[in-house]
Design a protein around this ligand. Structure first.
Ligand SMILES: [Zn+2]
Length: 71
């Protein structure tokens, strides 16, 4: 999906200008087919890890509850 950094907006390939630039700010948009751009290193967003931690804590607690039911 073409992504414009200055506008922080996703564009559909058909909504871009013919030369692959952003219609709003005129900057070259990343991810445009046929337009060279530097590959961006993929990083996991921090809120993803918050969710993982919350699920882990919840499931851990449910396991403890399950074990307590055995006694
Ligand atoms: Zn833009």
């Amino acid at each position: 999906m073409p992504w414009c950094d200055p506008c922080e907006k996703n564009w559909t390939p058909t909504s871009l200008s013919a030369d692959g630039t952003c219609p709003d700010c005129g900057e070259p948009v990343e991810g445009t087919p046929g337009v060279d751009h530097e590959p961006r290193e993929h990083t996991t967003p921090w809120h993803c890890w918050v969710g993982v931690a919350a699920v882990s804590i919840y499931l851990g607690w449910r396991v403890i509850q399950g074990l307590l039911l055995l006694f």
